[in-house]
Every structure is written in C-alpha cells, then in structure tokens.
Design a protein around this ligand. Structure first.
Ligand code: APR
Ligand code: ZN
Ligand code: ZN
Length: 361
C-alpha cells in the first residue's frame, strides 16, 4: 500500500521550500522503504532549490539521513525490517569500470530506487542525490542502506551520509593523511571540521585551520586544530609556511570550493605535497596560475568525491569509533529542528551560524 507522508519539496527555482504530502510506493525488487529518523541540512539541498544542480523540479530534498528499515522488496538480503541504517548515495554497482578494477568508491553507476515518489496529483519527484529524506518515509535502493550499530543517535549517524563523511574521507581516504603529517584545512565549516577530525584520527602532527570567521576558528580548535589562521587578517600561505618549518603543509584540504582558496591550498603545501579539493565550486569559477608552478611544485592535486568513501566499509567503522568516544561526531549537530524549519535552516547555514541543522522526526 502506498504511504502518504509529509515531505519537504523545492517546487521551483529559488522559491522557498514547502512541506507537502508525498506518496511513497511499497518497495519493489531491490528496494527498501525507510522510516527516516533524522536528516541533516546540507548545502547541496540549497543548491537544488536554487537551480544549481539541475532543472528537474520538483525536488524532494534531504539526503544526509539515518532511519529504520520498514519494509524491503523481493530479493533484498542486505537489510531487513527493523535494521538501523545510514542512507548513502553511493550504492555501488559491482559492474562498472571502476568497480571491476577494485575501486568501488569511484563507482560510476550507483543504484537508486526504480520506482518514483510522487505528489498527490501524480507529479514525479526528483529525490536529492537519489535519496530524498526530508520525508517521514523514503524509498531507496537497498544498497543505499548501510546497517550500523543502533546505539548511535540518528541525528549523529545521519551526518555520515554526506557532509561529515566528505570531510573525514578527504583526510583519511583521499589524501590520505598519515601519522606525522602536517595538514592545513581551508574553510572550517562542517566539512572542514570533519577533515580536521579525520586528520587527527590519522595521526597528523600539525593541524592548521584557516577561516575568515572567528567563530569557526574556535570550533576548529575544539575539533583538533593545533593552530588556526584568520585569513582575513593574516596571509594564510605565509603563516602555513611559518608553522611548518618554512616549507608548507604535507596536505592541504580545501573545504570551500573557490579559486582563491584553492590557490592558497596550492601554494600553502610543501613541495611534492598533496592538495585535496572537497569544496564544490560553481560552473563559472576559473583558476589562473602559472603552469610552471604545477610542474615545479610537483606532488598530487586530488579531488574528493564524497570523501572517496565506501559506505559499507566506512560507516560502520566510523560509528564504532564514535561509540568508543574516539570521534566526537555529536559536535557537528548545532541544532535539531522540525520538518517545517528547513527554510530557516538554509538561512542559518548561509549566515554561517551552524555546522549542521538536523531535522528530527
Ligand atoms: N577564506 C576562508 N574561509 C572561508 C572563505 C574564504 N575566502 N569563504 C568562506 N569561508 C569559510 C566559512 O566561514 C565557513 O566556515 O568556509 C566555511 C564553509 O563552511 P560551510 O558554509 O559550513 O560549508 P560546509 O558544509 O562545510 O561545506 C563546504 O564543501 O561539500 C562542500 O558543498 C560544500 O562547497 C561546500 C563545502
Ligand atoms: Zn560500479
Ligand atoms: Zn550533502
């Protein structure tokens, strides 16, 4: 029987989001119906609303979520009703060129539900990142459900489904930071702070947080930055060099997605060091720098998609580290809100007031 539930949609470009009735089909083969318990508000949700990702309105927003499996379709063996899961947008296919080469974290053919969630008049909804989780119940591919220890609160667990995983993974998977490294993180929002946490977990010796907002620098210290730089007041490249014996950091993680901060990352690293871009730029942005510097400085320039995570490997591990008190993920939850508060949360996010607002159900 189709479920009639409440969900948050972006009906058209730039319009405030609205809570409306969403029809969710019963799970078909390979699908799971999940009762959402918590879903974080991410920049990508706002980008969908603003038309930055596509024109397939209306969008069912939300994609950083945890909940309980309510029903599964035919052939599903990986999860069962009652399982506590984090939703992921990397349900690997096992067959694409990346999966076949043993690099499933690059999977190019990830799975989503086949059936569509709709409005009451039958209008098909486009779920954000193939999830759509600002809704009481959502329909996903079973592979998008990653079972984790249910002892973790859902508002904490859900964050691993997107932004926090992106930042942690930029440090521990993409770079990867190793014991003794010096690391600088440019942009200390939710993603950057997660990168700081990841660098600490990996054993970095020096961790430098760079931001223009003093509130964020304070948080960066709490997450494990050994030094912070207000780049509005101090040249970050010079200061990173000073803090690293005059050389630059072994790894610089850019967690904003802007050309000027990318260049700070590029020049703030040591010779043969690594830059990781995890911030998402917009299509109009351009980079201008001498090509010779790209050769002469050597090293690796990497991008981190979703923290190069493999949900089945990373989510249960990170939840267990959290439960052991080694990964304070609860600090990312700035506020818990209701389904009707997503628009206000976008405003808080744009003002820089929060690391994460999390809708709880
Ligand atoms: N220099 C230094 N810091 C800056 C600058 C700048 N020019 N501009 C913005 N910042 C800081 C902000 O003060 C804020 O602390 O960058 C941080 C960005 O954090 P959030 O807005 O909270 O965004 P977050 O959720 O962390 O995501 C960062 O990663 O996944 C992507 O789409 C996401 O592009 C976004 C980025
Ligand atoms: Zn694949
Ligand atoms: Zn996201």
């Amino acid at each position: 029987m189709t479920s009639r539930v409440r969900g948050v949609i972006a009906r058209s470009k730039g319009e405030p989001v609205e809570v409306t009735t969403v029809l969710v089909p019963d799970p078909g083969p390979g699908e799971a119906l999940v009762a959402v318990q918590a879903c974080g508000v991410c920049h990508t949700d706002l980008h969908y609303r603003e038309g930055g990702i596509g024109d397939d309105y209306p969008y069912l927003l939300g994609h950083e979520a945890a909940g309980v499996v309510e029903a599964v379709g035919d052939g599903v063996t990986s999860v069962a009703p009652g399982d506590f899961v984090i939703l992921n947008w990397r349900a690997v296919c096992g067959e694409c060129r990346a999966c076949r080469r043993g690099r499933p974290w690059y999977c190019f053919a990830t799975h989503n539900a086949q059936q569509k969630m709709t409005l009451e008049d039958g209008t098909v909804l486009s779920p954000a990142l193939g999830i759509g989780a600002f809704v009481d119940k959502t329909l996903v591919a079973a592979g998008q459900c990653t079972k984790v220890d249910p002892a973790v609160p859902p508002e904490v667990a859900g964050l691993l489904g997107c932004g926090v995983m992106a930042g942690l993974g930029a440090a521990i998977n993409t770079a990867p930071v190793t014991r003794g490294d010096s690391v600088a993180v440019i942009g200390c929002g939710g993603v950057g702070d997660a990168a700081i946490l990841g660098a600490r977990l990996a054993g970095a010796r020096t961790i430098i947080g760079v931001d223009i907002d003093p509130r964020k620098l304070e948080l960066a210290k709490q997450f494990g930055a050994t030094h912070v730089i207000n780049s509005r007041e101090t040249d970050p490249v010079e200061r990173i060099q000073e803090l690293t014996g005059g050389n630059g950091a072994d790894v610089v993680i850019e967690a904003i997605g802007r050309p000027e901060t990318y260049l700070q990352a590029f020049y703030g690293r040591d010779l043969a060091g690594t830059v990781v871009l995890v911030g998402v730029p917009t299509p109009d942005m351009r980079l201008e720098a001498p090509l010779l510097d790209f050769f002469g400085r050597g090293g690796a320039l990497k991008s981190s998609w979703y923290g190069d995570c493999l949900p089945s490997r990373d989510f249960p591990l990170l939840v267990d580290l959290h439960l052991q008190g080694r990964l304070p993920l609860e600090r990312f939850v700035s506020e818990t809100i209701g389904l009707g508060d997503v628009e206000a949360a976008f405003a808080a996010m744009s003002r820089g007031d929060v690391l994460r607002s999390v809708v709880v159900f």
